[in-house]
Design a protein around this ligand. Structure first.
Ligand code: ATP
Ligand code: MG
Length: 429
């Protein structure tokens, strides 16, 4: 590429990624606050793991034949020749960290929360990104059905408080590993006569992990796989009892669910209870959160045998669904903070001292440093959605007063300079 074309080239965020600015950041931060607050109420502690991991961690946990590992993982060799992946999901990293820090010895049962970016090299489309963001929890070290009930309840509680009202929860049990072998056989028999009509990938899935046919996005496969309304999962006595307990617990907690959908989760590690939350009004990408039990993963990653349950939700989809359902109308942000306007540029130092005193008291205060006209400053204050505007001019300094306008209430008054910081702090209290 010539130097000229390089110079004139406008850079853009890579395909499938996006910048967040302005109100989007406010909405985003509000979801994160809600997640941390509610997860805290339920006793989950946040942990933060690296964005990169040894690729083999995901091969071992998510599964070598899954779409995530085969098609979607950003995988590269680092300078030392290590096989590295950008994390495509959170559960494997959390379990890795749980074991690496010996929480299985020191804590036993641990309730963990994570938030952050995940990466999948998917075809970008509405609601599907290459860098997307999840929050999720993992309760590791218990087989109790009440853990399933708690995690599902927390998942729905967070969605509700994030403003997502219309959502349905699909609930199923995939059974234990023995059940899954029997169920897989049953599903193969059921699909056998239509096998030639399945897509190329489902032909392979049919042999390797037939449950993934249920998850295929191809309409023909979907129609064939979902034709039978009966669940392909046959449960042993223990798994059936576990699933009954979960349903009973959820009913007691007032959580409604649909356990008639024939669905499976596409990752290798799931056993017993699985669930998905689908939002109304999102179109094809309507899965906002999903999770389930994974009673063998801890052992498969080198720990002792212990049960675990978790979910992950996509922040982009939660926000999209909440916006669709609430309409854009009620998103008018409240006016906040103070704008200190100066009538003459030499007063910038004087103004800055006031602004700093307010900031020291925890009051948000901004001002202009570029000698803009008073009119331009007032426009800026309005645009920044400030609640108060203070005007400092030579006349004011002489009379030792400051003019204070309240843009929210439409009032204006003069305040003695000595009382200014005190008064503004009181109003903004
Ligand atoms: P889908 O069926 O839409 O591909 P998935 O089953 O691959 O979803 P999970 O691996 O269960 O998704 O991830 C949990 C949640 O993360 C999803 O319910 C969704 O909200 C979100 N998510 C997954 N992949 C993406 C993506 N590429 N872009 C945005 N959000 C995503
Ligand atoms: Mg997917």
């Amino acid at each position: 590429m010539s130097r000229e074309s390089l110079v004139s080239m406008a850079f853009q965020a890579p395909q499938g990624t996006k910048d967040l600015l302005g109100d989007a950041v406010t909405r985003w931060a509000s979801v994160e606050r809600t997640v941390r607050r509610l997860a805290g109420l339920y006793g989950y502690q946040e942990l933060r793991t690296p964005l990169i991991e040894d690729a083999s961690l995901f091969l071992r946990s998510v599964g070598e034949t899954t779409d995530i590992v085969q098609k979607e993982m950003f995988r590269f060799e680092d300078r030392g020749g290590h096989d590295i992946a950008l994390r495509p999901e959170g559960t494997a990293s959390v379990v890795r960290a749980y074991l690496e820090h010996n929480l299985h010895k020191t804590e036993g049962f641990a309730k963990l929360l994570y938030l952050g970016p995940m990466f999948r090299a998917e075809r970008p489309q509405a609601g599907r990104f290459r860098q997307f963001h999840q929050y999720g929890v993992e309760a590791i070290g218990s087989e109790s059905p009440w853990v399933d009930v708690e995690v599902i309840t927390l998942c729905l509680h967070i969605l509700r408080e994030c403003g997502l009202m219309g959502a349905v929860m699909w609930l199923s049990s995939m059974g234990c590993r023995d059940d899954q072998q029997r169920s897989a056989q049953l599903l193969r028999e059921r699909l056998m006569k239509d096998k030639p009509k399945l897509c190329k990938e489902c032909q392979i899935r049919f042999e390797k992990n037939v449950f993934r046919v249920l998850d295929c996005k191809n309409p023909t496969c979907h129609e064939i796989a979902w034709r039978s309304k009966a669940s392909p999962f046959v449960l042993c006595e223990a798994c059936a009892a576990h699933f009954d307990e979960v349903r009973r617990g959820l009913r007691e907690a007032g959580v409604s669910f649909d356990d008639t959908k024939v669905f499976a989760r596409g990752l290798d590690y799931y056993t017993r209870t699985v669930f998905e939350v689908r939002a109304t009004g999102l179109g094809a990408q309507d899965a906002v959160a999903a999770g389930g039990r994974y009673d063998h993963l801890v052992e498969e990653l080198g720990g002792p045998p212990m049960g675990a349950f978790g979910f992950a939700a996509g922040i982009e989809r939660v926000l999209m669904a909440a916006e669709k359902q609430q309409g854009a109308g009620d998103a008018v942000p409240k006016r906040r903070g103070l704008y200190l306007a100066i009538a003459q540029p030499p007063l910038v130092g004087e103004g800055f001292r006031f602004v700093q005193q307010l900031r020291a008291r925890g009051v948000s205060a901004v001002m202009d440093y570029d000698g803009k006209s008073l009119k331009a400053q007032l426009r800026e204050a309005d645009k920044a959605n400030c609640q108060l505007v203070a005007i400092l001019g030579e006349a004011e300094v002489k009379q030792r007063v400051m003019t204070l306008k309240d843009l929210a209430q439409g009032t204006q008054r003069a305040i003695p300079l000595d009382a200014f910081v005190e008064e503004v702090s009181r109003v903004m209290g």
